[in-house]
Write a protein that binds this ligand. Structure first.
Ligand SMILES: Nc1ncnc2c1ncn2[C@@H]1O[C@H](COP(=O)(O)OP(=O)(O)OP(=O)(O)O)[C@@H](O)[C@H]1O
Ligand SMILES: CC(=O)N[C@H]1[C@@H]2OC[C@@H](O2)[C@@H](O)[C@@H]1O[C@H](C)C(=O)O
Length: 388
């Protein structure tokens, strides 16, 4: 089955799209990437998404939901062209959408206790209408309804695609937020552990954007951080962030590591140069990933890193130092496109839903049981055949 995965992560930098061919059933699923691309947002749209995620009006979020539906549809059509295929060749789209808010620890609601919630937008009806392809979206909601955090969801796919017969791997995603999945050798999901570790590109991007008055969107290749020196006092303060010592299951987002934190860092009295501040936050990212070992039961033979942050040489150098002598390698070295992997993961999760298989790992999200993820928007009456 040819399936497209679409993902716009917490960095809000664009739609990552992957077209994959999937065969078989879990645990012996075969997944091959046919094409992978990013449809980058203009800076104004990225800014709108980031602002809407903190203080969006209902009108703005309503509009962005429809607008991002168009962007996601365009990304799907673009990748179909890149693979020299037609929409009719593609059976299914799995769209993560764009997270605009994530409240995994819940908010008190009158009469019903604490209610957890998460919100992903990019209207799947628009995607199905423009592409003519059945679209599955809203993956996190069912896990949340089943008592989970709704995140992270990629660990089930890490366990499927990164398991090694003899080596225990720590899979690291350096996205806007970073998360880890511990994949011990073996044939089942037993022993798999995963959770968000906290800071990554979101903090760095916010600092760069603020300090350059929006001229730059990221510390490309980690060049600025590499010119600076981490400040040990600020670093130990940052390492005391309560999220880092929170026991899993745990997940987080822009609410804790977004622009407000960057603002706080810029206002603090330490008066660090941009280079030193970026060096400090890059080291913080790597050390927060390293701190995940506190919760992991089992030894690690190899660390495998993906996500856009793989290109940040400052974070990668810090990660190698933090985990030495354990070797640190990348998704790309194992044949997977680092930037596109989460898109691949949502194609796989959509496929699992179509095959009637659960997609969450309750031990990871905290859900009370495994659930079939997603809401389905049928492209036409033929959709039902997909699910047979
Ligand atoms: N050449 C590069 N040098 C440094 N950083 C880079 C480079 N290319 C991408 N990045 C970083 O990667 C980020 C995007 O990574 P990615 O797409 O994995 O994150 P995401 O999917 O938005 O986040 P999440 O996984 O938290 O949802 C960018 O915002 C940028 O900070
Ligand atoms: C709510 C939400 O969108 N969370 C993202 C975010 O970005 C990384 C980390 O925080 C992870 O929890 C999750 O994304 C990936 C795709 C996941 O579900 O595995």
């Amino acid at each position: 089955m040819k399936v497209i995965g679409l993902m716009s992560g917490t960095s809000g930098d664009g739609v990552d799209a992957a077209l994959v061919e999937i065969a078989g059933r879990t645990p012996s699923l075969q997944v091959k990437t046919l094409a992978a691309e990013t449809l980058a947002y203009p800076r104004t749209l990225q800014q709108r998404i980031l602002t809407a995620s903190v203080s969006g009006t209902v009108g703005e979020i309503c509009h962005l939901n429809a607008l991002l539906g168009e962007w996601f549809a365009d990304a799907a059509l673009q990748i179909i062209r890149a693979a020299n295929l037609r929409p009719a060749d593609v059976a299914l789209i799995g769209s993560h959408g764009q997270t605009v808010h994530h409240l995994p620890r819940g908010i008190q609601a009158r009469g019903v206790g604490s209610i957890r919630s998460t919100l992903q937008i990019a209207e799947p009806a628009v995607i199905a209408e423009r592409t003519g392809i059945t679209t599955i979206a809203n993956f996190r909601a069912r896990d949340v309804a089943a008592g989970g955090q709704g995140a992270p969801l990629t660990p089930a796919v890490h366990a499927l695609l990164f398991r090694h017969p003899r080596r225990a791997r720590l899979v690291v995603n350096l996205g806007g937020i970073s998360n880890v999945t511990y994949v011990p050798p073996g044939k089942t999901d037993e022993g798999v552990m995963a959770f968000d570790t906290g800071p990554a590109n979101m903090v760095l991007d916010s600092l760069v954007a603020r300090m350059t008055n929006g001229r730059l969107a990221m510390d490309r290749d980690g060049k600025m951080a590499l010119r600076g020196k981490a400040d040990s006092r600020l670093l130990s303060k940052l390492l005391a962030h309560p999220f880092l010592s929170q026991r899993p299951p745990k997940s987080t987002g822009r609410e804790q590591f977004g622009a407000a934190l960057a603002e706080e860092l810029l206002e603090a009295p330490h008066k660090l140069s941009m280079e030193d501040l970026l060096a400090t936050c890059s080291a913080w990212t790597a050390k927060a990933v390293g701190a995940s070992r506190r919760w992991i039961r089992g030894h690690i033979d190899e660390v495998v890193v993906g996500g856009g942050g793989v290109r940040n040489r400052a974070i990668m150098a810090q990660l190698s130092a933090v985990f030495a002598p354990v070797p640190v390698t990348t998704f790309d070295a194992l044949g997977w496109d680092s930037k596109a992997f989460e898109a691949v993961a949502f194609a796989v999760l959509a496929y699992r839903t179509a095959k009637g298989q659960w997609g969450n790992l309750p031990a990871v999200t905290g859900a009370t049981h495994p659930v079939i993820l997603g809401a389905i928007v049928p492209a036409g009456p033929q959709w039902i055949r997909l699910f047979k």
